[in-house]
Design a binder for this molecule. Structure first.
Ligand code: ADP
Ligand code: MG
Length: 351
């Protein structure tokens, strides 16, 4: 799977033309949402959300900046391009319903490459119940460019902001953190080895968890559904795309509060710990400063604690305090340090 960019057959995209390509890529679309009134094929899509509020988010992904095709299969890239946007919608407490997808097609790509990319896109659309309703297509002189806009709906005024946490609320995290960053370190290392000695096969042994977390992340639809089912209102929420430290500081700053975060409570998988030790880096540092985990960080009122802990996918990692106390982490050795956006260097240097 690694380092295979070009497939054997190659159909020139120019043989279809722009409209032929769009038709080819979108011909099998079947809408899953009644809110998708009109999709691909006109000047714009028409959506009708029947009195619900609409939540919109967009992301731009550039080859060489956000992804490296030397080790990113196009199918995974298509899947991830959709998922990272849906993660933003879930972090607002919204239900995703549509996406638009724009591509700047690299001149190195044939039709087969685009088909593979769209296969990943449609797999994500199906899994998360969203309709692809439009986009734009251009050719790019400088690598592959992907932009996804995702649209979701929320019951009027029930969206969840970053700025509404309350003092005394519990800080919660879904899933586990730090894996995607180790996955990236690992793939970068293998790429370097490959470039120096192309005959050496990449050694993926034992790293499939962390590599999978980087290449094929999931958005936490299940967590939003769980909170709704248990009638737990998150008081604030953000998705963890840039590392836990940075996201916690967003909640603190925007809610005008401080917090206490316990290092020992940060959820980190055993797989991640094992991989981190091989790289001689501290797994906590990866969770705090890594990124691309696409988990949810949120706060709840303490009264909801009993309902919350029935879900093993959620960890309570600390609580919100008055702003004067600042944002702090209590280490495993019981020391207190301010949380900084660059991550907490003391952790890496203490090992
Ligand atoms: P316009 O010139 O009005 O922008 P286009 O020719 O770019 O229209 O697109 C025609 C239709 O195909 C539109 O409905 C547009 O949303 C859709 N479309 C274009 N590119 C893509 C794409 N890459 N993926 C999905 N839909 C697309
Ligand atoms: Mg267009």
């Amino acid at each position: 799977m690694l380092f295979i960019l070009f497939m054997e057959t190659r159909t020139e995209i120019s043989s279809l033309g722009e409209f032929g390509l769009i038709e080819h890529l979108t011909k099998n679309i079947e809408h899953q949402n009644i809110s998708s009134v009109l999709g691909v094929g006109d000047d714009a899509a028409v959506l009708d959300h029947f009195g619900k509020q609409i939540v919109v988010t967009t992301d731009l992904l550039l080859e060489g900046v956000h992804f490296d095709l030397a080790y990113t299969p196009l199918k995974h890239l298509g899947y991830k391009s959709v998922v990272v946007n849906l993660s933003d919608l879930y972090a607002m407490g919204a239900t995703p319903t549509q996406i638009t997808l724009s591509v700047g097609i690299s001149n190195r790509f044939g039709l087969e490459a685009m088909d593979e990319f769209y296969e990943g896109v449609y797999t994500a659309c199906e899994k998360y119940g969203v309709d692809l309703v439009g986009g734009d297509t251009a050719s790019s002189q400088k690598g592959f460019v992907v932009s996804v806009t995702a649209i979701g709906e929320v019951v009027a005024d029930k969206y969840i902001r970053r700025s509404t946490a309350q003092k005394g609320d519990l800080l919660c995290i879904s899933g586990d953190l730090g894996a995607a960053y180790i996955g990236l370190l690992f793939l970068e290392r293998e790429k370097k080895i490959y470039l120096e000695a192309p005959k050496v096969q990449p050694d993926l042994e034992g790293e499939s968890y962390v590599v999978g977390r980087l290449l094929k992340p999931e958005a936490r639809k299940d967590i939003i559904e769980f909170l709704e089912k248990e009638t737990i209102s998150a008081t604030s929420m953000i998705d963890i795309s840039d590392g836990l430290s940075s996201e916690i500081l967003h909640i603190c700053k925007q809610s005008n509060l401080g917090c206490v975060l316990y290092e020992e409570k940060i959820p980190i998988s055993e797989n991640t710990k094992n991989s981190a030790f091989k790289f001689k880096i501290d797994p906590t540092a990866c969770a705090l400063s890594g990124g691309e985990d696409y988990e949810l960080l949120f706060t709840i009122a303490p009264a909801d604690y009993d309902k919350l802990i029935t879900n093993e996918q959620i960890s309570v990692v600390g609580y919100m305090t008055e702003p004067e106390l600042g944002a702090n982490i209590i280490t495993k050795s019981n020391n207190k340090h301010p949380i900084t956006a660059q991550g907490w260097n003391a952790i890496t240097s203490s090992h």
